[in-house]
Design a protein around this ligand. Structure first.
Ligand code: GLU
Length: 553
């Protein structure tokens, strides 16, 4: 059956032939093994961390193979479109170090020879292929109303029959050209469906690059190709775009795996060579005893914006995601502590086939490690970049005390076990506030932490003596501690734990109480880096003024 007249009636404006497009978008001239992959979001405004996950895998595989990573915007569902979403996607991906070689470069701009890269601008192309399928009798118009379709579905479900529009249930599957033309003349609404040649009794074997060998029944649903608004469905657009853009590997979320039978068939019907497919496991979260999808509504960390706002360094997030992609990443990182993550080779076949578990605790560990491994100058640069946007006060304080800030960020960095203080930039203020008078002076008495068992009165007594007797220029950590010890012993504190335990009544306490009192006076916190270092960074004047402030409480 051929629908030539009907095809002309439905698509009078189609100007070109499919051959024209085949030639216009030739096979790419790339080196052997180069992968052409894409990130293909719908511009709905919300960016899920799963999108960065998918984009990262695509970008790494393109880059590793010297291929192409392009951005295609899938905006055929125009009701869901949010203004500015394309710019936002590009900026977000760039923030995570994911830059496109080709595709959309802004709301209205693009680069590359395989465009347009926005589906809403490709109607002419989709129409050309839909027209061709009509002519060949591989597609047909369906005039069912939404109510009729709902009714069909209900009946099928009630009778325990596979629901859908297919075979004997596809009312217009065998419509004649005459009838179709008449209905269109009368102004009836319609959509265009595939006339599926499939039979579910037959099985299709398929190899997915992540899931491995799979097998499924042939598709026999007459899926919608062109919707009532004239735009294609995802199925149809995906097949045409990925073919004409010469995508070699479609790497996408596993929610599309169930549509694979349709896609494989569409490629066949269209006469296209199918790309390779890899279906990425969905990012899951442990919630009590069970796992569930990271949810936009329930989990702040589902939104990409979260990581930027709380200040995870982008490299941390990327490296954490790489951990999920290939569990071997952790070992590689341990063996190559200073290497750039781009040197790690992502391998799809080593990816876990089932859920990818996202765990904030683990992310924090990775992040602390990464920040610990950064040079102080880099910590400074990253921190002020974050603070500039999210914490104006810290930005001003830190940038106007640059030398001190860099010294703070350098505490215990050089040794074999660098300090692991922060996982994200919004934790920095809490850990370093006491270096800045502006923040320190805002503390209330209740916030002051004292060593266990020490009252503020006793701590003041210690400081009262210490401030007059201590030697700021002791010269080394050891000499400084000796100095503190001597003062402590004179005050009646014990320098030896055994001795103290044997005769606790003879002492006021341990030397650690003396150090603790100094710590409280300088920082108001029990847990800080080495005191000598803190004092050196603060400088004598500030140290003395802190002692005076403490005595004045
Ligand atoms: N627009 C689809 C989505 O956002 C793209 C899926 C694909 O990568 O093919 O889910």
């Amino acid at each position: 059956m051929s629908f030539e007249k009907l095809a002309e009636k439905i698509f009078p404006k189609v100007e070109y032939s499919i051959e024209y497009y085949m030639e216009k978008y030739p096979k790419r001239n790339l080196k052997e093994g180069a992968k052409v992959v894409r990130y293909a979001p719908s511009p709905t405004g919300f960016q899920h961390i799963g999108g960065v996950f998918a984009a990262l895998i695509n970008e790494r595989l393109a880059s590793q193979s010297e291929g192409v990573f392009y951005l295609r915007i899938e905006d055929t569902d125009q009701k869901r479109e949010v203004p500015g979403a394309i710019d936002d996607t590009i900026a977000t991906m760039h923030h995570f170090g994911l830059d496109f070689n080709e595709g959309m470069t802004g709301q209205e701009t693009s680069k590359g020879e395989y465009g347009p890269y926005r589906q809403s601008q490709r109607a002419e192309i989709y129409n050309t292929f839909a027209k061709d399928l009509l002519i060949k009798g591989l597609a047909y118009p369906d005039f069912c109303t939404p109510e009729e379709l709902a009714e069909l579905r209900e009946k099928q479900i009630a009778n325990k029959i596979t629901p859908g529009y297919y075979g004997e249930y596809a009312k217009f599957r065998n419509i004649t050209e005459e009838e179709a033309l008449e209905r269109i003349e009368r102004g009836e609404q319609y959509i265009i469906r595939l006339k599926s040649p499939g039979n579910p009794e037959n099985r299709v074997d398929f190899h997915d690059l992540i899931k491995g060998d799979i097998s499924f029944p042939e598709n026999n649903q007459d899926v919608v190709l062109i919707k009532g608004d004239g735009l294609p469905t995802y199925h149809f657009a995906h097949a045409i775009d990925d073919f004409l853009m010469r995508t070699t590997d479609v790497i996408r979320g596993e929610e599309w795996l169930s549509s694979l039978p349709i896609h494989v068939q569409l490629f066949e019907v269209l006469g296209f060579e199918a790309p390779r497919y890899a279906h990425i496991p969905t990012i899951m979260k442990q919630d009590g005893g069970s796992k569930r999808k990271l949810s936009k509504r329930k989990d702040a960390e589902a939104a990409v914006s979260y990581y930027k706002e709380v200040g995870y360094p982008t490299v941390t997030v990327i490296e954490y995601l790489l951990n999920i992609v290939n569990s071997t990443f952790e070992e590689w990182r341990a063996e190559n502590p200073t290497a750039d993550y781009h040197e790690f080779e992502v391998q799809l076949e080593k990816m876990s086939k089932s859920g990818a578990l996202f765990d904030l605790v683990k992310l924090n560990d990775v992040s602390k490690d990464r920040i610990a491994a950064m040079k102080a100058d880099d910590v400074y640069a990253n921190y002020i970049a974050w603070a500039k946007e999210y914490d104006e006060e810290m930005y001003t304080l830190v940038t106007s005390n640059e030398t001190m800030a860099k010294e703070i960020f350098n505490i215990d960095k050089e040794g074999p076990k660098p300090r692991k203080d922060y996982a994200k930039w919004d934790e920095v203020q809490d850990k370093i506030f006491y270096f800045f008078d502006e923040l320190f002076d805002r503390e209330t008495v209740e916030q002051i932490e004292l060593p266990k068992g020490l009252t503020i009165e006793v701590a003041k007594e210690i400081i009262n003596t210490y401030k007059d007797e201590f030697n700021f220029n002791a010269g080394s950590q050891e000499a400084w501690f000796e100095d503190l010890k001597e003062i402590g012993i004179r005050l009646g504190y014990c320098a030896n734990r055994k001795e103290f335990k044997a005769n606790p009544d003879q002492f006021k306490g341990m030397i650690s109480d003396v150090a603790g009192a100094v710590r409280s006076a300088l920082a108001h916190r029990n847990n800080t880096p080495d005191l000598y270092t803190i004092m050196q960074i603060m400088g004598e004047e500030k140290v003395r003024s802190r002692f005076e402030k403490f005595l004045g409480i």
